[in-house]
Design a protein around this ligand. Structure first.
Ligand SMILES: NC(=O)c1ccc[n+]([C@@H]2O[C@H](COP(=O)([O-])OP(=O)(O)OC[C@H]3O[C@@H](n4cnc5c(N)ncnc54)[C@H](O)[C@@H]3O)[C@@H](O)[C@H]2O)c1
Length: 259
């Protein structure tokens, strides 16, 4: 893959999709700033990045806190040099009927999934401008950013919001040479889906694994998605091959939601 850029920061890099993106970008030739609220998980990923011959910087960061996100970008630039790619990947899910949603839970998921992406866009754009322009911002959206699902209503609302931010940021930042796009995974076999499945069982009485299997059963390509499937698309979005693409939130879901 042809990548002109050299340094990427990935939030939520401690496990799952974020870890796979970090390793894929390291394989593409990027040095990696790895940020996560569970910083203890990052040392192992940093070791895997180094094993691929790239440098890494481990950053403890809660993306819901604007100051911490600004500091994370500053630490990445100090440790690794000019930032070229920002991947706002960190996110959480919540499973509950809409009528059970309460303020604390709604604020928590908005703080991470919506505000976290907004602070990431701001921090990256500020750095890109200070460096003279150019740069790519890549956000974690979802099929849930294109369709509302029962029991995932508030989560879906945060991902619809990511799609809106992606479009608006693309338009606001285009004149700085900055592109903004999102990846929209389907059903990826990470800890997030273990928890979604467990909570769906609690709420609906389904057996453990049944909700996951039902979602996977609707995928045209006939299997669950791997973090590496997502990372392969992010690799493209981070590359010079995607220079003419901005404002898009694209499904990478094995054929599940069609837009
Ligand atoms: N798993 C899926 O099927 C799926 C589908 C569509 C979209 N996504 C999105 O992809 C992204 C990654 O999902 P995943 O499946 O790898 O989840 P995961 O739960 O396996 O990993 C998420 C990572 O983000 C970190 N994190 C959580 N809150 C944070 C915070 N406040 N600040 C910094 N880091 C934080 C966690 O510590 C963890 O390392 C999320 O935004 C998710 O919404 C996942």
């Amino acid at each position: 893959m042809n990548t002109a850029a050299r340094v990427a920061l990935v939030t939520g890099a401690g496990q799952g999709i974020g870890r796979a993106i970090a390793l894929r970008l390291a394989g593409d030739g990027f040095d990696l700033a790895l940020a996560d609220v569970k910083a203890d998980k990052l040392d192992q990923v940093a070791g895997e990045v180094r094993a691929l011959g790239r440098r890494s910087e481990v950053i403890s960061c809660d993306v819901a806190d604007r100051e911490q996100v600004l500091a994370a970008v500053a630490q990445a630039r100090k440790g690794l040099g000019a930032l070229n790619v920002m991947v706002n990947n960190a996110g959480i899910a919540q499973v509950a009927p809409l009528l059970d949603a309460r303020l604390d839970d709604v604020r928590r998921i908005l703080g991470i999934n919506l505000e976290g992406v907004l602070w990431g866009i701001q921090a990256a754009a500020e750095a890109f401008r200070a460096q003279g322009g150019g740069g790519k911002i890549i956000n974690a959206c979802s099929i849930a950013g294109h369709e509302g699902y029962p029991l995932l209503g508030v989560y879906c609302a945060t991902k619809f919001a990511v799609r809106a931010l992606t479009q608006a940021a693309a338009k606001e930042l285009a004149h700085d040479g900055i592109t903004v796009n999102s990846y929209c995974p389907g059903v990826v076999g990470t800890d997030m889906w273990v928890e979604i499945d467990r909570r769906m069982s609690e709420v609906t009485g389904a057996k453990l694994g049944e909700s996951y299997d039902r979602f996977v059963g609707n995928i045209a390509l006939g299997r669950a998605e791997t973090p590496e499937d997502v990372a392969a698309f992010v690799s493209y979005l981070a590359s010079a091959d995607a220079n003419y693409m901005t404002g898009q939130s694209v499904m990478i879901d094995g054929g599940l939601v069609y837009r």
